[in-house]
Design a binder for this molecule. Structure first.
Ligand SMILES: Nc1ncnc2c1ncn2[C@@H]1O[C@H](COP(=O)(O)OP(=O)(O)OP(=O)(O)O)[C@@H](O)[C@H]1O
Length: 949
């Protein structure tokens, strides 16, 4: 590009070697050995002495693409010179011949390509160059990791969660019911899945719908654990955006509540108008359905489910509204597979036999005749004879066994769509200690004709607003609170009614000066979150939080381990929901459950029914919902007319029924769920793979080097913890995700879990990802000069080292990087063009030397023709490798897609739940990916001139 300064003319285009960021300059005057250059892009003007102006002439060559000031571009074919000014001849994008005078070149052209920078002598330090290369290598490694998307979240590595996240997130369209028992981490699983999908570009627009009182908890959980910034769309956001139309349309990650949306037909329409990639519905057991009369909430979710590829439904108590309710949710997920309730019930009858066959397939190398008969019976409509035949073929038996298990689970169980882990399979939960406290029934609560409500929640039936002054349970509660005060133990109190909660808080304060907060569905979201936060505060916080029944659903209170059930709910699912507030992952103590009840009353019977009949205080009662469905009416009858004998009989019947149902569930449904919901070996492999990334010590030195190169100041904080701050000489206007006043980070997962005020840095954190982009996409470090020695090379030689990157732009949803990851192609040539690629970068002994920029420029100019030849040769060499790599990527892509297609086609022939659309989509994806791969191109990413010493 450089040219002789004595031919300077107005209208010529030059760039400044010392200030290339000024852009393309235009000579606007040459007078008295002075040249004036105007840089239109930056609005600057410079006057130089002609003799030593640090300028390089911009001269494009055949093959270059140039852009006109009017925005059209052309490929140069010829360059002519007229009166000292260049004229480019070539063709535009439509193949039309064009002529462009250099004065018409776009002034905003950037000269940041490595070859331009090298040839104009813009040299970066060697360490910045090496950082760039290392960053490319790191990115390539990350992109190929099987746990990509699961490394960054601030979560403990819990096998069943990683298993589910990995299994679900890698599906084409994840549609599942996450139904782990209360507190086992469904929110975390949903977060992991969303994080994985968003990071890998497979999902962009996500809508989470949760009950009002969980909005804030979800918002915070998504941000602090997953760095996912959801927009809360409630009344406020709605009012702000209402004037401009839908508040949902411009946000990618939206969090709202179903109640809020259902209130207004316009809101429903706004939500349905958006093409969400994934919808998540928490506490999905509230969606009521019967074939004749779906609830408005169900009907709305059904419409949403039909038009959205991804759907996650979360509930800890899938059968809370009975079997029909459970079926209704499966039907939302996969209406083709679950279309007939009666058929579903019949299938359930066969779960025990099904689980037996699967266990045999898992355990024994050969099936006995009986089992084989049962297997064939199950598969009678499934056209799976070939697979069954393969069981006798040693070479194919293992694969056939796996395929058959998958088929049985999917086709005859709820395999593909339902995940449920229980405390039986996920170990390590603390024990629960029950402290039942019988109290004499006060006279004023004693009535013959009381309703069920009045018997279970007697304060509700009395007009006395000061009932708490005369209720022995309140004095007992005060006593517990006083006893726990010295040990600073927190106490969560749950009662059935909102008004009871309000009155209890008042009573605790008035009668005992206890620092208590209240939390119920009638409070605003802000007031509720404030109450929960005050309760969570360690030093100055409330000692007691009083919650109403549904006020506490889904909340995290595991920092407390004393629970008072001031009364009992009339549904085992609700009881489990209550205990689940404390019995959650993260609970480190055994849980003390305190239950007061009035002697010889309905309360005592209910207490004993739960305790002796279902054993529901000590562990989640697996059969609770089913027993309640069968004996609920009888229970109500006995409670209405409390009688010890009838009570004892009911409790015995309950125990017998619960034991029978549990044994059956254990052998049938639960076994199937267990088989499907977490396979220990792959789950442990995932844990190990993420742990290996955690142990990878390369992140910090790399990030420190980036900080150093870009002017971010680093201070040590403590082991594995640092403070990062924008320095005074920050090289970029804003370093990604780095706040003005800095941030404290940790590289340790354990520290991050304990210290939420610190950012957990991993290769997947937005700050690190932003830093990777910064290094790879900016020009910094893309041209360098180094002095090196190597035993095989004589001194005084010039070598050229190039790194080409393969560019293959394609829609992110295709995840093309699975087959063509970020790839750097290194070429090392000596000055005659001999290939020295066998010498690795690390083999050079680097000899840092300082040099004068002017000397470097002069040297590069003198070598320009040879360097251009070497650059062209390097590109040809890299091009040969590109052809091989693309062919290999295409082959791998086609192999994988064909296998997946075959698997789905085989499944579809026996399983209507696999939709044709899913197969068609796969085929289209394969064709599309092939097209993109064929269009892959090389781009020179970095170049280094080496001088041997
Ligand atoms: N992997 C994990 N690392 C750290 N904390 C976790 C992890 N999994 C779960 N937790 C914590 O355990 C608690 C329960 O998890 P979560 O809220 O996801 O459970 P859930 O199954 O959705 O509960 P519920 O049934 O009450 O809705 C939460 O406080 C959550 O932050």
């Amino acid at each position: 590009m450089a040219g002789p300064l004595h031919t300077l003319r107005s209208g010529q285009r030059w760039i400044s070697d010392t200030e290339p960021e000024l852009g393309l300059g235009t000579v606007v005057g040459v007078e008295h050995d002075r040249v004036t250059v105007s840089f239109i892009a930056s609005g600057e003007r410079r006057i130089y002495a002609v003799g030593n102006a640090p300028l390089s002439r911009v001269r494009f060559a055949a093959g270059d693409r140039v852009e006109s000031v009017d925005g059209w571009s052309m490929q140069v074919e010829e360059v002519e010179e007229q009166d000292g000014l260049l004229v480019y001849l070539g063709k535009d994008a439509d193949g039309k011949p064009r002529t462009l005078e250099e004065i018409e070149l776009n002034p905003f052209l950037q000269f940041n390509r490595p070859q331009d920078r090298l040839l104009s002598g813009q040299i970066d330090p060697g360490d910045v160059f090496r950082l760039r290369i290392e960053t490319g290598e790191k990115l390539a490694r990350l992109e190929q990791s099987p746990v990509l998307g699961l490394v960054g979240p601030r979560t403990a590595l819990i096998p069943h969660q990683l298993y589910i996240a990995h299994e679900v997130a890698s599906r084409h369209a994840p549609r599942v019911l996450l139904a782990d028992e209360v507190g086992l981490g469904k929110t975390i699983e949903a977060g992991l899945i969303i994080h994985h999908r968003v990071l890998t570009g497979r999902t962009e627009k996500v809508l989470i719908l949760v009950p009002n009182m969980l909005l804030h908890q979800w918002l915070v959980e998504m941000l602090r654990r997953f760095n996912l910034r959801f927009s809360l769309i409630g009344e406020d956001a709605y009012e702000d955006a209402a004037e401009e139309g839908s508040p949902f349309k411009d946000v990618n990650l939206a969090l709202s509540s179903l109640d809020f949306i259902l209130k207004d037909p316009e809101r429903r329409r706004y939500v349905l108008d958006v093409a969400w990639d994934m919808v998540v519905i928490d506490e999905a057991h509230h969606l009521e359905w019967t074939p004749e009369k779906p609830s408005p909430a169900y009907a709305f979710v059904e419409m949403l489910a039909r038009r959205t590829p991804g759907l996650l439904l979360l509930t800890a108590t899938p059968e809370q509204l009975g079997k029909l309710g459970h079926f209704a949710r499966l039907r939302l997920l996969d209406p083709d597979r679950f279309f007939d309730f009666e058929q579903f019930r019949q299938e359930e009858q066969e779960y025990t036999a099904l689980a037996g066959v699967i266990d045999k397939l898992l355990d024994s190398p050969r099936l006995d005749a009986d089992t084989l008969g049962q297997l064939q019976h199950f598969l009678r409509h499934d056209r799976a004879d070939a697979l069954v035949g393969d069981l006798n073929d040693p070479e194919h038996a293992a694969a056939a066994r796996n395929a058959l298990i998958q088929l049985l689970l999917d086709r005859h169980g709820t395999g593909r769509v339902l995940f449920r882990n229980t405390r039986n399979t996920v170990h390590g939960f603390p024990s629960r200690l029950l402290h039942g406290r019988p109290l004499p029934l006060p006279e004023h609560y004693r009535t013959q004709k009381a309703s069920l409500e009045a018997r279970l929640w007697p304060e509700s039936a009395r007009p006395d607003p000061d009932w708490w002054r005369h209720d022995p349970r309140v004095h007992w509660l005060l006593d517990i609170a006083q006893r726990l005060k010295p040990s600073r133990s927190k106490l969560l109190v749950i009662c059935h009614r909102q008004q009871t909660a309000v009155d209890l808080e008042n009573a605790l304060r008035t009668l005992g000066g206890v620092r208590a907060a209240v939390f119920h569905e009638g409070m605003s979201i802000i007031a509720r979150d404030r109450a929960a936060a005050w309760f969570a505060e360690e030093e100055e916080g409330a000692q007691v939080l009083v919650c109403s029944e549904i006020g506490s659903e889904g909340r995290n209170f595991q920092f407390a381990h004393h629970l008072v059930l001031f009364d009992l709910p009339l549904d085992p699912n609700l009881l489990e929901q209550r205990i689940g507030r404390l019995d959650r992952i993260g609970q480190h103590h055994s849980i003390d459950i305190h239950v007061p009840y009035f002697e010889d009353s309905a309360q005592e019977i209910l207490f004993r029914w739960y305790h002796e009949g279902l054993d529901a205080f000590h562990r989640p009662a697996a059969a609770g919902a089913a027993v309640f469905a069968r004996l609920g009416d009888e229970l109500r009858r006995v409670l209405l007319a409390p009688d010890t004998h009838a009570g004892i009989t009911l409790i015995q019947d309950t125990r017998t029924l619960a034991e029978t149902i549990e044994a059956k569930l254990h052998a049938g449904r639960d076994r199937l769920l267990e088989l499907n919901s977490c396979r220990p070996e792959p789950a442990n492999r995932l844990v190990e793979a993420v742990a290996a990334w955690d142990r990878d010590t390369a992140l910090w030195p790399w990030l420190e080097a980036v900080c150093d190169a870009y002017g971010v100041v680093v201070e040590e904080h403590s082991t594995d913890c640092y403070i990062l701050r924008p320095g005074e000489h920050l090289r970029v206007p804003k370093f990604p995700e780095l706040p003005e006043d800095g941030v404290t980070v940790t590289l340790s997962r354990d520290v991050a879990l304990a210290r939420e005020d610190m950012v957990f840095l991993s290769w997947e954190h937005p700050l690190v990802r932003g830093a990777i982009d910064l290094v790879l996409n900016g020009e910094h470090g893309n041209a360098s000069l180094g002095f090196v020695s190597h035993p095989a090379l004589a001194s005084g030689q010039m070598l050229l080292e190039t790194f080409h990157r393969i560019e293959c732009p394609a829609p992110r949803r295709l995840q093309l990087f699975r087959f063509l990851p970020t790839t750097q192609l290194r070429t090392l040539l000596d000055h005659r063009g001999q290939d020295l690629g066998r010498i690795a970068m690390a083999e050079f002994d680097e000899r840092p030397q300082t040099f004068e920029p002017a000397n470097v420029r002069a040297f590069v100019r003198s070598q320009k023709p040879n360097l251009e030849k070497l650059l062209a040769l390097a590109e040809t060499r890299a091009g040969t490798r590109l052809t091989e790599i693309v062919a290999d990527s295409s082959r791998r892509m086609l192999d994988e897609m064909t296998n997946e297609l075959k698997r789905l086609a085989a499944l579809r022939s026996v399983n209507p739940s696999v939709r044709q659309e899913e197969l068609d989509r796969l085929k289209d994806d394969a064709v599309e990916m092939h097209g993109y791969l064929q269009a892959a191109r090389l781009r020179l990413d970095a170049v280094r001139l080496l001088i041997t010493v």
